[in-house]
Design a protein around this ligand. Structure first.
Ligand code: SF4
Length: 128
């Protein structure tokens, strides 16, 4: 009998049906993580299709595709690795953002608390 492989969520995904809205990009370019992610349905996708680069206004989560994603290094997510390689936490350590994704989050699973501290600084670039 084979063990079931845990499915992780990608916290920097695209706006599509079945995704979740994870955060809102603020005027200062940082992301306000929503304590409870909001489900994205077909109607939301339809209504927002004329908004250019909607992923630069909101953060969405979806299923981590692992080797189906070009950011996958072969054993981990290269996005958060790149973010953390240039991230220096500022000020006194504060608590982590309240986030409903944490239990399944690829970044948190991989990098722990450091991922959550850097997470609000990430704006998704779907063209990258
Ligand atoms: S890195 Fe942390 S704050 Fe960001 S989505 Fe994952 S669990 Fe939430």
């Amino acid at each position: 009998m084979t063990a079931l492989k845990k499915k992780f969520s990608c916290p920097s995904s695209v706006c599509e049906e079945g995704a979740q809205m994870l955060g809102v990009v603020k005027n200062d370019g940082t992301v306000s993580i929503l304590p409870v992610a909001l489900p994205i349905d077909k109607e939301f996708v339809q209504r927002s299709k004329d908004i250019p680069d909607i992923e630069r206004r909101f953060r969405f989560s979806g299923t981590c595709l692992e080797k189906g994603c070009k950011q996958w290094t072969g054993h981990s997510c290269g996005v958060i690795e790149n973010v953390l390689s240039s991230f220096t936490p500022k000020g006194k350590a504060k608590g982590l953002p309240e986030c409903s994704l944490r239990i399944n989050c690829r970044w948190f699973s991989q990098e722990g608390r450091a991922a959550c501290k850097a997470c609000p600084l990430v704006v998704t670039d779907v063209h990258a």
